[in-house]
Design a protein around this ligand. Sequence first.
Ligand SMILES: [Zn+2]
Length: 261
Amino acid sequence: MPSSTETQLGEVPLPEKFSDPEWETRVNLAAAFRVAYHYGWNRTINNHISARIPGEPDHFVMNPTNLGWNEMTASCLIKAHVDGTILTDTELSLAPAGQNFHSAVLDAKRHLQCVFHIHPADGVVVSALKDGLMFADQSACALYGMVAYHDFEGIASAADEGPRIVKDLGDHMVLIMRNHGLMTVGRTIGEAFAYMQRLVMACETQVKLLSTGAEINQVPVEILEHTRQQMTARTEGQPYGEQAWPAIVRLADRLDPGYRD
Ligand SMILES: [Zn+2]
């Protein structure tokens, strides 16, 4: 059984201009884009996932604007400083709306590696509901206590919105951006991906549930708290989703290993 690093990196030679940690981050982030596209979470050139480079706390990589998520590769990702300076010599650029709040979160929350932001249809529906996410099924229950909200201010391109997003996120792992979309964070790319997967599932279930028009069976608060404690205990202090991440990378490889380029 190969180690997770070998599983993720395979035999791909490391380009000389990237350190090993940067290349591994780029490969994993590109895999996240490809599988998120495969799941239908984003089929536009918009939305962003960013990841801090291990050993370079001020630097992160993120998708360039004008490329679809099915086109992302390890080498096309743009490297930037958390102060907004672009470090990659490229004609491609970062979208200001995405860069503003990704850099703000990564600058303020140094224990996090990844910020994941999408606008999936059912997630946008839940973001526009007055009461937001319901904790009505097991997937949603496991997020109880982890969800924060940020009010819509227009397209998030204003630099001064970043600190407000950071403040609203607080210590939560999930931020529902009202009338806009979803954001998750993670101590690893796999953790942010796993929280997003659970959040998207919860939103899809909620929309179907509400569409029935039937009375909803409410989960008692003590059961919600118990479920969250169970979820925390299962991770044994490790980032949530770490066990599932190698399978996501294998899926990316089966879909198209070209993301490793
Ligand atoms: Zn957005």
